[in-house]
Structures are given as C-alpha cells and as structure tokens.
Design a protein around this ligand. Sequence first.
Ligand SMILES: [Zn+2]
Length: 441
Amino acid sequence: MNPNKKVKATGFIALMLTLSVSQVEAAYMRADRQDSLAQPQYVKEIVKLSSNAKVKKAFATIADLEAETRANHILLTEIPAPPFKEERRAKKFAEMLRVVGADSVWIDAAGNVIAKRKGAKGGKTILIEGHLDTVFPEGTDVKVETRGDTLAAPGIGDDTRALAVLLTMLKAMNAVEIQTEADVLIAGTVGEEGQGDLRGMKQLFGKDGLKIDAHIAIDGTSTDRIVNRGVGSHRYHIAYKSDGGHSYGSFGMVNTHVALGKAIAYWSQDAEAYIAQPGPKTTYSVSVIGGGTSVNSIPFEAWMEVDMRSESDERLQKVDGYLQSALQKALKEVNEGKKFGNDLTLEVKMMGNRPSGGGELTAPLTQRMMAVIQQSGGTPKLSASSTNANVPLSLGIPSITIGGGGLAHGAHSLGEWFVNKDGKVGIQNALLILLAEAGLN
Ligand SMILES: [Zn+2]
C-alpha cells in the first residue's frame, strides 16, 4: 500500500516505535521523495521511445496544433456539463472524435464517449480519458472570457482541458500514422465529480465489458504530478425520525436532535481515537445537518450528511464501523429514555462509495510516467487523491492520473482560469505514456 514497503522492514519498524506520529508522517514523506525518480530501465525505455522519428514528428505536430487545441478547449468549455447532465457535451465530443478519426466512436449506457483505435496486435487494451462533467449546476454562465493569454470560465481547467488534450493527441497520432500494438480507448467520462460517484468509470470497468488492462486519467494540469493512490470515501445521508410534538405538551417523547447529537459525539470520539494511530491519512466529517420546525416543537426529524476518506480500505471500513455503532447506540439510549409515545427510527442511506487502492511505487505504469516526466524536464511528484483512477486501482488494474499541461487555478470555483503555459508538454507527456503502455508497432 505505501512506499515504505521498500524501506528495510526491521529498521523501519524499530524506527517507528521510537517516533511520534508526526515524525512517522515525516518519514513517510521522505520515503516518497527518495523514491520519486524512475528506475534506470524505465528511463532508458522512455528515452528510446522519445527518440523515435514518428514520436518526434508527433511532438512537433502537437506544438503546431496549439491554436486548434485552444479553439477546441473554448468550444467544449462553453457547452455546459452539470452533474448527471453531460449529454450535450458528450454528443459534441463524440462528433469531434469522429472528425479527427478513430476506428469506432460510441456513447455507452452511462453516457461515456468512447473512441477505439485498434492496435496492430490487439489482445491488450489501454484506456486514456478525461471527465466530461463539471461541478457547476445548470444555468451557470460558462462563456469563456479571454484576457490576454488567460482563458477564464468555470470548468476550463477541471476537466475540459483534458478533452482538448485528447483530441490533439489523437490528431497527432493520426497525422504521423502512429500504430500501437495494443488497442487504445480514448474517452470522455461521466460522473467523476461529487455525487456522480465515479459512475462512468464503474460502467467502463463493469457492464461495458471492455477488459481494460491499464488506465490513464487526465485530470488537472500539473505536468509533474502523478496520482498513483486512490483515496476512498464513504458518504451517507442519515435521518432520525419520530412523531414530533409540542415542546411543553408532549414533553417526554423521543427527541430526534438528542439522538443526532449523541451519535455525532460517540462517532467523533471513537473515530478520533482510531485515526490518531499511525497509518495512511484517514478523515471524517459531519458536513451538513438539518431538521426541526420551530422553537416550541419537538422535532420530527434530525438529519446529517457525513463524509469519510482514507487511502486504506481497512481504515475506511473501521471509521465507517464506528459511525454505524454510534448511530445504533444513540438510537437505543434515546428510545430507552422516552416517557411515552413511539420509538425513534433511523434511516441510513449511502450517497457515495469510492473505493481506494494503489500505491505500488514499482508498478510499471507509475515508473514509466515518472520517466516521462523526467524526460520532459520535470520532477515527478506522487500523490494520493480521489479521481477516476480509484475504480481500476481498487480492482488491481494499473492506473494513474496525470495533468494535461498548462496552468490552471480555482478548480470548482466560478473564477476558474487557464493559461497555456508550456501546455504542449502535457499533451506530449500523455502521448508518450500512452505509447509506452500500448507499445509502438
Ligand atoms: Zn476533475
């Protein structure tokens, strides 16, 4: 799960026993940094690949296409793609992929746009994708404002840049007639953000039956960053319900708010004690609460929405377990304390379930991407996040998330902007890692 597996076990365990939690965390980070250069065999592989004549030509084509990349970027950003309403953008993106040229382009049952480019050998499939959806609700003004070299609009960086990157990458591959060994799938995916709950990826790796061997997500812009660990999350909507009544006249009946308060207190106490133990970062949050009618009424409902996250599935399950027992404990206590009336009831609805996984630093896909970044003059920075890569990583399928190049700021805010600073490097890197995985015929 974590890079410390590479550190000599006995020494490291002895070290851990004598260190405080923050010192252990610092040791984790140091281990990360030490290991963040690619092994020589992968550096060699990528150097060789980038000196190939066709690859060089493709790189030049990518540079020549900058104006077109920018035009595609603006066009797609201005087609709204609110959560669960990606169809319009999906249709346009599919049409644009067809114009650039692939063996087949289709939209699957979840709404993902998929272009297939057949390999010379087949038998292996590599997926590279960016997500179509934004976090912005319907009606958000998505007109792109250009101020000098800055493009400003909600969603411009996260993740519309990736869609423009994919189109240019494919166009360059076609222009110089690059043929891969493996089949390549280029996709625009749905449901990456928030309550979309990675439904596009779940479809691609589930019902679509595509047998994908490796996955590369383009999300964000940084060309140094590799997300190779998936932060898993659980999210719930929880409600205590009762009949409710007059605060004076019905005094003695169950109170939903008391139950909710107790549950929050028990959960935070247990979760806090648990996550204080050294291990992968794990968090929990009581994020939204509500319920009640007026100051002189015993409420008929108290609800909350909670979120918990961890790189480790074991730790996530544990914190979830503390939540479930806290909810039951509070329910029992309030019901036992009632003077009259009906019992409280409890409803627990799971709103989100993102699996965690990954983190093997020696995984060839991660090593190759580190080598690609070094080749472009950058310094690889490995990190953990919740992205589309969570789905394949949880299935044990090699997966990383990389940046599409350029400089972006203000993701998930109305003030989001993008500057095409060395943007071509992101596209060239995407092509190089794709070719390294798919094989150049
Ligand atoms: Zn994103």
